[in-house]
Every structure is written in C-alpha cells, then in structure tokens.
Design a binder for this molecule. Structure first.
Ligand SMILES: [Ca+2]
Ligand SMILES: [Ca+2]
Ligand SMILES: [Ca+2]
Length: 162
C-alpha cells in the first residue's frame, strides 16, 4: 500500500490517502476468492465451500442422472442448507431425494431422512406415481421442489466432497 499525504488548507489538517498497488490488489482478490470459496475445477465442477457441484448440460431420467453423478465420483445433490438450495435456485434439476422405497417417506441418496424441505405448495402430491424430487426454477429458494415421475428427463446436479 502507498500512502499519499497532503495538507488540506481549508481544514488545516494533514490528509493521507491509501493507494492500492498491484500486490495489494492481489491480496484483496485472493481474500475475496477465499472468503466466498468459489473455485472452478476441471470436468465442469465448481467448488463452493467444502463441496464440489456439477450442473448437467443434458437431460436424463432420475436413475440415469444418479448413475452419471456416481461415475463422476459423487452423487445427486443433497440439500443440507439453504446455501445449497440457492445454488439450484434458477434451474429445473433432479436432486438426490426419493420416496421410491416407501411411498411418502422421503430419503436422501445417502439414506438420511428428509428434515428441512423446500417443497412447493401442494407438493409432494404423487399425482403421477411421483417418487423423485426435482427443483423447479424460480426466484424463491424456500419454495423449490416438486415430486415427479422418475422416468421424466431433465437436468440434474451432482455433489461431492472437495
Ligand atoms: Ca450437500
Ligand atoms: Ca411418491
Ligand atoms: Ca408432484
């Protein structure tokens, strides 16, 4: 940092301004990236915090989507926080949530039961034998999910540990 000082004649006091040099900006930039912890990885993965996320560029059914995630070393996304729900806010995409084992009992792909949920109003309704959950693109992260028939094709989001 470089300090440029001059005397303010009106206020009769010394004023110092800090000018950021190149190394200073690099420190700022590194800090910003570290603070938000967003980094891009090969294979289309993006790191946010401790996790890596992959958003597909094609459509598949739920099982095929899950298979793709597993082939990539992860699984369909498990929403553990609103921050993770915010990641998928704007996309229609399968998530790792299903009630295929027992109707009405929703479980994440790692076997954990659903505790905090972001269902849309009136969902899950199982209206067309719907056992797989997907996020509906929207602007409110708190009302995002719908249950749909697992054979439907749409984008998906994978997650794995960084
Ligand atoms: Ca997660
Ligand atoms: Ca169901
Ligand atoms: Ca539904």
């Amino acid at each position: 940092m470089v300090f440029n000082c001059y005397t303010d004649s009106k206020r009769r006091r010394k004023v110092c301004l800090c000018h950021c040099c190149v190394s200073c900006w690099l420190i700022k930039l590194t800090f910003t990236f570290f603070f938000f912890s967003v980094r891009f990885y090969p294979g289309g993965w993006t790191r946010i915090g401790t996790q890596l996320y992959y958003i597909s560029t094609e459509n598949k059914n739920w099982q095929e989507s899950r298979k793709d995630c597993k082939n990539k070393g992860g699984d369909l996304i498990i929403i553990n926080s609103q921050q993770e729900q915010d990641i998928i806010l704007g996309i229609d995409a399968w998530i790792g949530l299903t009630d295929i084992e027992r109707e009405g009992t929703w479980k994440w792909v790692d076997g954990t039961p659903l505790t905090t949920s972001y269902w849309r109003k009136g969902e899950p309704n199982d209206i067309h034998d719907e056992d797989c959950a997907y996020n509906v693109a929207g602007t409110n992260a708190l009302i995002g999910w719908n249950d749909a028939n697992c054979a439907g094709r749409m984008f998906w989001v994978c997650e794995k540990e960084a």
